[in-house]
Write a protein that binds this ligand. Structure first.
Ligand SMILES: Nc1nc2c(ncn2[C@@H]2O[C@H](COP(=O)(O)OP(=O)(O)OP(=O)(O)O)[C@@H](O)[C@H]2O)c(=O)[nH]1
Ligand SMILES: [Mg+2]
Length: 288
C-alpha cells in the first residue's frame, strides 16, 4: 500500500486544521476563526484499503516569535519539514501570499494548496495557479476545505507521491494523542470562542485528573485553565462565576459526545504569571 507522512503548513488561519478534519471526516484538531489556534503538532491518520496517509497538523507559521510559546510553535513547524514524504503549503485564495524562503533547505516535494476558493470568483483561480507555475511547487491544487471541494483530487494526486510501504499505525488509529489531550483542546477551543482580545492567547489548559468512578457515577475530570494575570482570571470566571459556568457546561457537553459517556467536569482557573515568557512553563504545558 501507499504510505507516508504529510506535513500541513501555512500561515495562521489559512485552514490547515479544517483541511485535516475534512480529509479524515473526523475532528482531530480544533478550528476557530481566530489565528494561532493550533499550538501542537497533531497527527491525523487516514487509513483506506490501499493507503495510509499520516497528516501532520502544525501551528501557523509565525515569522517573529514574541514569546517562548510562539518560539515553541515555530520550532514545531520547522521540525515537521524534515523526514516527511510530502508537504502541503496552504494559502488563502483571498490573500495569496507565498513565502518560498521557507522551502530553501527542503528536499521533500511540496504542493501549493490554494484553500478557501469558495470565497473568490471561480475565474480568479486560474490566474493564481498561473502565477506560481514556475515556482518551487510540484503541484498546485485549489480546494475549499470548508465545502469539501477538490479534496478527492488532492488525495489522488498525493498518492502518486507516496512510496509503497507497510502501514505504520493500526487501521483504527486516527491520531497519536491520548484522550486527555483532546479534552484539553475542546476546552481551549471554547475559550477561543467565548473570550476576546488577549484571553485566548494568554490561556493554557491542563487536565490534572481524570478517573472512572464505577457504574453509577459519572467519570470525573479536573481541568485547570492557566492565565497570565489575576485580571484575566476575573474575566474568565465572570460575575458570580457565570462565564466559567457557561464555559464548563458547553465544554462538558462536547466532551461527553467525544467520550460517548457522561462526565463530571470541574474547572479551576489559576494564574501562572507571564507563563508564555517562561520556557519551563511552556514546556510543562506540553508545547515543545
Ligand atoms: N470560507 C472558508 N473558510 C474556511 C475554509 N477553510 C477554513 N476556513 C475557516 O478559516 C478559519 C480558520 O480555520 P483553521 O482550520 O482553524 O485554520 P488553521 O490554519 O488551522 O489556523 P491556525 O491553527 O490558527 O494556524 C475558520 O473559521 C474556518 O472555518 C474554506 O475552505 N473556506
Ligand atoms: Mg489549526
Amino acid at each position: 500500500m501507499k504510505v507516508g507522512y504529510i506535513s500541513v503548513i501555512g500561515e495562521p488561519n489559512v485552514g490547515k486544521s479544517t483541511l485535516i478534519n475534512e480529509l479524515l471526516k473526523d475532528r482531530v484538531s480544533i478550528v476557530t476563526n481566530k489565528p494561532q489556534t493550533t499550538r501542537h503538532k497533531i497527527l491525523g491518520i487516514l487509513t483506506k484499503e490501499d493507503y495510509q496517509i499520516i497528516f501532520i497538523d502544525t501551528p501557523g507559521i509565525i515569522e517573529n516569535p514574541r514569546n517562548q510559546l510562539q518560539m515553541a510553535m515555530k520550532k514545531t513547524v520547522e521540525n515537521t519539514f524534515k523526514s516527511v514524504e510530502l508537504i502541503y503549503y496552504l494559502i488563502n485564495a483571498k490573500r495569496p501570499v507565498i513565502e518560498e524562503k521557507y522551502f530553501r533547505d527542503v528536499s521533500s516535494p511540496i504542493f501549493l494548496v490554494i484553500n478557501k476558493i469558495d470565497l473568490i470568483d471561480r475565474r480568479l483561480i486560474l490566474p493564481i495557479i498561473d502565477e506560481y507555475k514556475d515556482s518551487c511547487f510540484n503541484e498546485i491544487i485549489p480546494i475549499s476545505a470548508l465545502k469539501g471541494d477538490g479534496i478527492e483530487e488532492l488525495i489522488s494526486t498525493t498518492l502518486g507521491y507516496l512510496p509503497e510501504a507497510e502501514m505504520y499505525y493500526p487501521p483504527e488509529y486516527i491520531s497519536d494523542r491520548p484522550e486527555r489531550f483532546f479534552i484539553s483542546e475542546i476546552i481551549r477551543e471554547k475559550i477561543f470562542e467565548f473570550y476576546g482580545e488577549e484571553i485566548p492567547y494568554a490561556t493554557g489548559v491542563e487536565i490534572e485528573d481524570m478517573k472512572e468512578r464505577g457504574k453509577n457515577q459519572k467519570d470525573y475530570i479536573k481541568a485547570v485553565i492557566f492565565v497570565e494575570k489575576a485580571s484575566q482570571k476575573g474575566i474568565i470566571i465572570g460575575k458570580n462565576g457565570e462565564k466559567l459556568k457557561r464555559l464548563g457546561t458547553i465544554s462538558r457537553r462536547e466532551i461527553e459526545v467525544f467520550l460517548d459517556r457522561p462526565v463530571y467536569l470541574e474547572i479551576k482557573v489559576k494564574t501562572l504569571k507571564n507563563w508564555r515568557k517562561n520556557a519551563e512553563a511552556v514546556k510543562k504545558m506540553g508545547y515543545r
